[in-house]
Ligand binder design. Structure first.
Ligand SMILES: Nc1ncnc2c1ncn2[C@@H]1O[C@H](COP(=O)(O)OP(=O)(O)OP(=O)(O)O)[C@@H](O)[C@H]1O
Ligand SMILES: [Mg+2]
Length: 380
């Protein structure tokens, strides 16, 4: 039955049919990709970076001369693994047939002998590995492989690297960054789209003048999807499944979740689940309580790992305090000394609980913020 399939999706990347707006952002990325301009994209978690890059690539599928490959540094822990993934994905993206991978791949290596293997599913299980003692002498040759392949085949290759800030966990990461810049800046057929969610780590890599990858490409701070677009999307999705919701209630769902992509989808899904025909304000309240209950244990664990001053700092944030070191704020919220304030802010930022941008402090997780207000501090 059509109406038993939820039109709202969260957790995995937004799909073709559940993708909301982002027209300007898609155009900006597409122009960069076609023109060979590198892109650096930063936004807090779950706002929609991965979905946006995937959707842009999907819409550019008909442009036969552009190919994409995707690497996620979340599951890559060393320089060697990174280069293996880079070569594997570049080879896969530039040839259509599995047989070509081995043949085609080999001809581009000059000083090193890579090992190729194909698994049970020859369309997908393809891997490249190096003897690192040999390969580390020829890093530059490895980094040049995608450019050589793309150039020879007359293809423009866009290499998308997710959670790029994880490069900082590789040994000698600053040296690696220098090397990447030295080689990548001469590429003509390959461009890089590097994105990540840890603002402070990403800006350290790409916005510090002393670093090798300083302003390496178009710096793109992805914003949230607007309330108007969410409202329209939610109303349409209810209608497409034989249910309905008033415009102002749809807008309220998005507003309650601060227009945060993941949570707007999750709350919409729960409201949809509890609606037989027409959603009401009570349905939203019910769904919101359910969402809080689902997450309560998780929020409790976060709180248990914070110190009292850090918890007090969060209280100040959700109460709209702007000058945390003012005598008044430090006293009313028991924030300790200015040094304590600065330590709390750094710790909460590193734990991805708050975002500090232009001196303004915001809670990153709108549902956690609501839970703190309602259940923990019980301010309303
Ligand atoms: N354009 C969009 N339209 C509809 N839903 C979206 C859109 N972008 C993101 N979402 C929703 O938000 C969720 C998170 O998006 P996504 O995984 O792309 O974010 P992200 O920024 O890559 O997160 P992370 O930093 O955790 O990797 C998706 O599962 C989807 O539900
Ligand atoms: Mg992502």
């Amino acid at each position: 039955m059509q109406e038993d399939i939820s039109p709202f999706l969260f957790g995995s990347g937004a799909s073709e049919t559940s993708f909301v707006n982002r027209d300007d952002e898609i155009r900006r990325l597409a122009v960069n990709f076609r023109s060979g301009i590198h892109t650096i994209m930063i936004s807090p978690r779950r706002w929609g970076k991965s979905s946006l890059v995937l959707e842009t690539a999907r819409r550019m599928k008909t442009e036969k001369k552009i190919r994409f490959c995707f690497i996620d540094l979340f599951s890559i822990h060393s320089e060697q693994e990174f280069y293996e993934a880079l070569c594997r994905e570049a080879i896969k993206a530039t040839s259509n047939k599995a047989e070509d991978w081995m043949k085609g791949g080999r001809e581009f290596f000059k000083s090193i002998l890579p090992r190729f293997s194909v698994g049970v599913d020859p369309q997908n299980d393809f891997s490249v590995s190096f003897d690192w003692r040999q390969a580390e002498q020829h890093r530059n040759e490895i980094l040049q492989i995608p450019e050589d392949i793309a150039g020879k085949k007359g293809i423009r290759l866009v290499i998308c690297i997710d959670e790029f800030q994880n490069i900082k966990s590789f040994r000698d990461s600053e040296k690696i960054e220098k090397n990447l810049r030295a080689i990548w800046q001469h590429h003509k057929s390959v461009s890089y789209c590097l994105y990540g969610s840890k603002r402070h780590m990403m800006t350290e890599i790409f916005d510090s003048p002393s670093r090798a990858l300083y302003r390496f490409g178009d710096m793109f701070f992805l914003q949230k999807i607007s309330n108007t677009h969410w409202e329209k999307f939610i109303v349409e999705k209810f209608l497409s499944t034989g249910k309905s919701i008033a415009h102002e209630l749809a807008a309220k769902i998005a507003e309650t979740m601060n227009n945060h992509s993941y949570y707007v989808q999750q709350l919409s899904h729960l409201v949809w689940m509890h609606t037989t025909k027409k959603a009401t304000d009570e349905t939203i309240q019910f769904a919101l309580n359910e969402l809080m209950n689902f997450n309560a244990l998780f929020y409790q664990t976060i709180i248990e790992n914070l110190s009292n001053t850090q918890i007090n700092f969060l209280n100040a944030v959700i109460n709209g305090v702007e000058k945390f070191t003012s005598v008044e704020a430090m006293r009313s919220f028991k924030l300790g000394t200015p040094r304590n304030v600065s330590k709390s802010r750094t710790a909460l930022e590193n734990a991805d609980i708050i975002d500090v941008s232009n001196g303004k402090v915001l809670m990153l997780d709108p549902a956690f913020e609501l839970w703190l207000r309602r259940e923990y501090f019980r301010t309303f």
